[in-house]
Write a protein that binds this ligand. Structure first.
Ligand SMILES: [Zn+2]
Length: 112
């Protein structure tokens, strides 16, 4: 896996204040890592913005697709559906709706 050293900095990030973290998102059922995600600002994780998913490759760049062509996120290991694609209207931004019941987040340790 490629090393991730640079956090994304753009208008969305500045809108939420300076603080960003990288999170490993695990399947709550089987603990498999589902994605690496950049979370901007404080608060719960209710949605995953597609432009903030850094890994795996198949989930990167989905914000450029038509929302109808984006499949739900499934755990590779146990097959649980963990994220449903939708458009977050407030920002007109493509995202996956996620739930505390299906995802566990852990702060990623960066190799620096
Ligand atoms: Zn799983």
């Amino acid at each position: 896996m490629a090393k991730i050293n640079a956090l994304k900095r753009d208008k969305y990030k500045s809108a939420r204040g300076g603080h960003s973290r990288l999170l490993d998102l695990h399947c709550r059922k089987c603990n498999n890592v589902i994605a690496v995600y950049q979370k901007d600002g404080p608060g719960n994780l209710r949605r995953l913005y597609m432009d903030r998913i850094l890994e795996p490759e198949k989930l990167v760049g989905l914000q450029n697709k038509n929302i109808k062509d984006v499949s739900p996120i499934k755990c590779d290991k146990c097959g649980s559906v963990v994220g449903m694609p939708y458009i977050y209207k407030k920002e007109k931004r493509k995202a996956f709706r996620v739930s505390h019941d299906t995802i566990v987040r852990r702060i990623k340790k960066l190799n620096s």
